[in-house]
Design a protein around this ligand. Structure first.
Ligand SMILES: [Zn+2]
Length: 138
């Protein structure tokens, strides 16, 4: 059980305590992340919030050399690129996040299917710092 709710802000509140949450449909069994009150598969509303193990496999990735403003503030640029990937969680749903601990200078060495574990990274100025989802090779 979890004390998190379907409110979209709760996804980030869960990350603050290093938890990755989603929703589970009690009618058809579908799981999704971030959590959704309406099931994306059967459109029913008989859903509950669940906490995932935070383990998955890399399904797709890209290395970004021209960062968003938030990532530029974090120190990324063409000489210091970062990897973003789509991760298929063990429980089924896919989610995109930054992938840490991979060879961004040799993207050809990053392998689809790599086993990953969730982690979090702090972004933003100290007094407005917030945790974001990321994954590292397990
Ligand atoms: Zn459903």
């Amino acid at each position: 059980m979890t004390d998190f709710s379907m409110n979209s802000k709760e996804f980030f509140r869960a990350l603050e305590s290093d938890q990755l949450i989603g929703s589970h449909c009690l009618d058809c069994g579908a799981v999704a992340t971030p959590q959704r009150h309406i099931c994306p598969d059967c459109l029913g509303s008989n859903t509950e919030v669940v906490t995932f193990l935070g383990k998955g496999k890399l399904m797709a990735y890209t290395v970004i050399y021209v960062p968003s403003s938030m990532m530029a503030e974090a120190g990324y640029d063409a000489r210091n690129p970062y990897c973003v990937g789509v991760v298929a969680l063990e429980e089924g749903p896919k989610i995109s996040a930054q992938i840490l601990g991979v060879d961004v200078n040799h993207p050809e060495n990053i392998k689809i299917g790599t086993e990953l574990a969730m982690t979090t990274i702090n972004r933003g100025k100290e007094d407005h710092s917030k945790k974001y989802l990321a994954f590292t090779p397990a």
